[in-house]
Every structure is written in C-alpha cells, then in structure tokens.
Design a protein around this ligand. Sequence first.
Ligand code: NIG
Ligand code: FE
Length: 376
Amino acid sequence: MSTLVTGIGELVTQDLALGTLTGAALVHDRGVICWVGPAASAPAADDRVDLGGRAVVPGFVDSHAHLVFAGDRSAEFAARMAGERYDGGGIASTVAATRAASDDDLRALLARRVAEMRAQGTTTVEIKSGYGLTVDDERRALALAAEVTPETTFLGAHVVPAGADRDAYVKLVAGEMLAACAPHARWVDVFCEPASPHAFDADEARTVLEAGRAAGLGLRVHGNQLAAGPGVVLAVDLGAASVDHCTHLTSADLDALAGGDTVATLLPGVEFSTRSPYPDARRLLDAGVSVALATDCNPGTCFSSSMPLMIALAVREMGMTPGEALWSATAGAAQALRRTDIGVIAPGMRADLTVLDAPSHLHLAYRPGVPIARAL
Ligand code: NIG
Ligand code: FE
C-alpha cells in the first residue's frame, strides 16, 4: 500500500544530493520511502495525504534517554533551583522506586513516555537501563526497553549502589550482570565521571566497556558532564559510537574527537535543568566533530522528552544554526546510533517523517515550547 504525501511546504531531507526542497512530495510504501521530488512530477500511489504547506523533516532520533524508571525527583529539581549542585547522588532514590515497581507499572510508564516523545516528533529512541543495579533488575529493565525499541543500552555502570563494594560491583557488572543483560541490549554505556563519588573512573569504565565489546555490544560513554575528565578520550580510544554530555572539554578532548569517529552527543536539557553552563557546540563544529543532540530524558538531570526544546536550546544557547541543530537531532543522532536507515529522507530510507505545524524548520527554534512537531 503506497502513500503519496503532497503539500509539503518545505522538505528538509538531510540528503546531500536532494537538499532542502520547497513544494515537494514523496511516496512511501510499507514503511520505506520510494520517491522524493517536486510535487508536479509525483507518481501515482494507492493513497494520498495533503499536508497543506506544512514542513516535513526526518523523524527526530533521540539517541540518549533513560525511560525505565519509577518514582519522582521533582523535589531534587526544586532544591537545585534553590542552589544545590547535582552530583548523581539522587540516582539512589530512583533505583529504590524502580526496584519496587511491578513489570506492568514500568511497562505503562515506558509506554506513556514513548508516546509523549512520538507526539513531539521523535520516531527513534535509545533507552538505557541503570536504575536496577542488580542482575535481575537490570535484565528486567532491558527486556522491557526491548519491547519498545531496538536501541537498548546496558548501563549497569550508572553508579555504584549504596553500600556496595566498588571493585566487587565493577566485577559484577562486567561479569554476571553483563551476561544476563547482553541478550537484550545493543549497546553498553558507563557513567565515567571521577568528579562524582558515585560514578566510575577511567580504569573501571574501560573494564566494563571492554567486557561489553567482547560480549558483542557497541560502546557509548557518559563523559565530561560535571568536569573535564577521562571519558571523552577513553570513548574515542575504544571506538565508541558516541560520547554523551561533553560539557567540559579540554583542547586534548577536542583533538581526540576531531581525529576519531566518535560522535559528540550534546544534551542541553541537562544544563537547563541543572542550571549549568552549556557545552560549546560551535567549538566542536568548527573543529569538524560530528555533533548529535538528544534529550537524556531521565528523572534526575532532565525530565524533558522534547527534541524541539533541545533544538531551541542549541540554537539560543550553544551557537548552532537552526539547520545545524536539526541535522544533529536527526542525521547526527542516527550516526551516534550507527544507523544508516534513519535520520535522512531519501529513497530506501525508513519512512520516519515528522510534520511541523509551520512553514519551515526555523520554527522549531523560533517557537520554543509550542507543540508544532508530530510524527506522521
Ligand atoms: O545522563 N549522568 C548520569 N546519568 C543521568 C542522570 C541520572 C539521574 O540523575 O537519574 C544523566 O544525566
Ligand atoms: Fe544520561
């Protein structure tokens, strides 16, 4: 069953040959795009949708989210707005609430969060574990995440659980926990942040990442969020697909990113919700680094599921043009997930399309907080 989509005021394809088209149309069939071009030369199709001049962009790719959790940390947010600093200590309260929740409770919370994302134009989401921190609780989180996305990430190395011995916990994560979780995961991630007493240093992170790689998982790293540290260089060194946060970068970090093929994923909702300085996207782009944007949707540092908000923050606060920010939220984030079938609108790509209730992509940053984007 093919569908012809017409009345596209602006079509941002992110395809180098196609570029951005006005007065465009496209045809998709069974979830795959089969034709893109000027409306006047569109082929016939079984069905037809007229968008009345709205803009169409690739569905947003949210390549970093922590959606399997229960509980509420709004009081922690309020305390931060009153001057408290974030150090990862609040994760323990989400771990307790998540362990106490039933499978069905977590499934319902997850479904609601994924629907909330879709309603704001996100068509692919990566989901991490990391609020279980036992073999059974981490495996459960990943099995639930795998029900809603193929992009699942084992984050047993989120923090050292309260009362646990650090070395014994790293051994558990890299051994029995990884073995239980790997069948449900595509990726392994570590919160590498020596500035936090709860997170992991470079040696601990390397142990977990190398074990994950040996188990067949791709690598991702939470790095350089709270202070400059070893996360970025470690990620590039190990060939990770992405290093996420990158808020505090030295010139050596920048050189490593520019010389490797690890994407720098920026999460400006975190700086917004922790009242921290934003990462310098301009410096990364000018050095030739591939930059992605994602929400990091989680109960501690950013409880927002909105990719349009991330685009607006990137433009307003981080020196990105609207076009660069949109690329980072679509094609760039697809690269951060090493996906070649999403993030771009072109024949052969998945028909993951987002419609804007606006004439152009500029409105994503121009109309902050207004729900103009939805997945088609
Ligand atoms: O990506 N930094 C580590 N992990 C999450 C926050 C987790 C939490 O506070 O619940 C992040 O910001
Ligand atoms: Fe995160």
